[in-house]
Design a protein around this ligand. Structure first.
Ligand SMILES: *[C@@H]1O[C@H](CO)[C@@H](O)[C@H](O)[C@H]1NC(C)=O
Ligand SMILES: *[C@@H]1O[C@H](CO)[C@@H](O)[C@H](O)[C@H]1NC(C)=O
Ligand SMILES: *[C@@H]1O[C@H](CO)[C@@H](O)[C@H](O)[C@H]1NC(C)=O
Ligand SMILES: *[C@@H]1O[C@H](CO)[C@@H](O)[C@H](O)[C@H]1NC(C)=O
Ligand SMILES: *[C@@H]1O[C@H](CO)[C@@H](O)[C@H](O)[C@H]1NC(C)=O
Length: 364
């Protein structure tokens, strides 16, 4: 059964071929018109030679483009379109065929303009965890449907945009915006923008990247994790001489940090760390030497930190815990004073007793 079926199938295919082949060759012999290359691609302002062939007479072309003949033969004519300064121009080819019938064919030239300028908008000083828009501009490029814009951070691809649905053939500027969240390594990894105009296979592939400089200023801002104030006996060892120390933990950038010491509500000193160039997150200790007085006993010291990256961000502020100012000298002074008073009182009492005893004894 299966063998018989296969035989019949073969027969049907053979018969179909036998009947349609002559029809195809007749169609071939009939009017034909060909334009070569089939998908012409040319840079804006450039030239292109097109070959129009047909088995008909009086091959002619109609177009708004300027053209010069570039050869002909019995069944073909070539033209050089010397300056293609229209976007997506059409060329109509026609010829007179058998029995007075005319044949027409149209070709559309794809006109491109390679991307010459690709730029990233400058990035602000970035704060970790915050979202920022990265904007890439590709200037004067066509056709946009063949353009791909890629945003990269280091070697990592952040965002890729294509424009297949863009129908306007004219050159224009393209803006691609992508939102990124600032991460800890943003000050090291650079952001770049790449534009690729792919005219293959008929034309070339053009690639252009944004220049190196415009994005390197991006810097991470880390508010301090902790602000600790500490009181230590001065290394000079002098009585009442102390160092107020303010430890600012894991902060960046140091250059925008201001550390202020307070004794109660009294502002002692404000230090700006402008000379610190380190961009990475770091710990920094600011030392303020002070001379305590017995009157300071029980007062509280605080350390106040401001991280000012304005105008990009509101300044960040942090205050340490309150540290009670307790000088070791305070106790010693109290003890010394107390014992002095005690000694004095003892001596006085002694004198009084002696006087009374002596006076009484003397009067007897
Ligand atoms: C144009 O096409 C015809 C037929 O395809 C060919 O014979 C001829 O050489 C071509 N002329 C040019 C200038 O390419
Ligand atoms: C340009 O883009 C269109 C649409 O995506 C595509 O069909 C065509 O092949 C591209 N042209 C070239 C020359 O690559
Ligand atoms: C922050 O630091 C940068 C670089 O050190 C400096 O240019 C900028 O003026 C500083 N901003 C403030 C508000 O201090
Ligand atoms: C910045 O200057 C202060 C004194 O003005 C100095 O103690 C400190 O070491 C300097 N720091 C750097 C990183 O130069
Ligand atoms: C900064 O201080 C914190 C807490 O004391 C510590 O864990 C960290 O290792 C320090 N980092 C640096 C870079 O010194």
């Amino acid at each position: 059964m299966a063998a018989v079926m296969r035989f019949w199938k073969l027969c049907v295919v053979f018969l179909w071929c036998a009947m349609s082949l002559p029809a195809f060759s007749r169609a071939q012999e009939e009017d034909f018109m060909r334009i070569w290359p089939e998908n012409p691609v040319v840079p804006f302002g450039g030239f292109i030679v097109l070959n129009f062939s047909a088995n008909c007479e009086n091959i002619a072309v109609e177009t708004s483009l300027s053209k010069v003949p570039a050869g002909d033969g019995p069944s073909w004519k070539a033209f050089n379109f010397t300056s293609v300064t229209h976007w997506e121009p059409q060329i109509l080819c026609h010829a007179d065929c058998e029995k007075g019938k005319a044949k027409f064919q149209t070709v559309v030239i794809t006109v491109y303009r390679a991307p010459k300028r690709v730029e990233l908008d400058p990035l602000p000083t970035m704060e970790v965890g915050e979202e920022y828009n990265v904007t890439c501009r590709v200037f004067n490029v066509a056709p946009i449907r063949n353009l791909t814009v890629t945003l990269c951070k280091g070697n990592e691809e952040l965002h890729k945009k294509t424009f297949e649905d863009h129908n306007n053939p004219e050159a224009s500027d393209v803006v691609v915006t992508h939102s990124i969240t600032a991460q800890q390594d943003n000050h090291r990894e650079e952001i770049t923008c790449h534009a690729a105009l792919d005219m293959r296979p008929e034309g070339p592939l053009f690639e252009k990247a944004s220049p190196d400089k415009s994005y390197s200023q991006s810097r991470a801002v880390y508010p301090p994790e902790q602000v600790i104030v500490e009181l230590q006996k001065s290394s000079t060892g002098q009585s009442w001489h102390y160092d107020l120390k303010c430890h600012v933990i894991r902060v960046a950038p140091l250059s925008n940090l201001t550390v202020t010491f307070f004794k109660g509500t009294e502002r002692l000193i404000s230090r700006k760390l402008w000379n610190y160039t380190k961009a990475e997150r770091a710990n920094v200790t600011v030392i303020h030497p002070i001379v305590l007085q017995p009157g300071d006993y029980g007062k509280e010291a605080t350390c106040h930190v401001t991280l000012d990256v304005s105008p990009h961000k509101e300044p960040f502020t942090a205050t340490s815990h309150k540290l009670e100012l307790k000088a070791a000298e305070t106790y010693r002074a109290v003890t010394v004073a107390a014992s002095a008073v005690a000694t004095l009182a003892f001596v006085l009492v002694g004198f009084v007793i002696y006087y009374l005893v002596w006076a009484h004894g003397g009067s007897k």
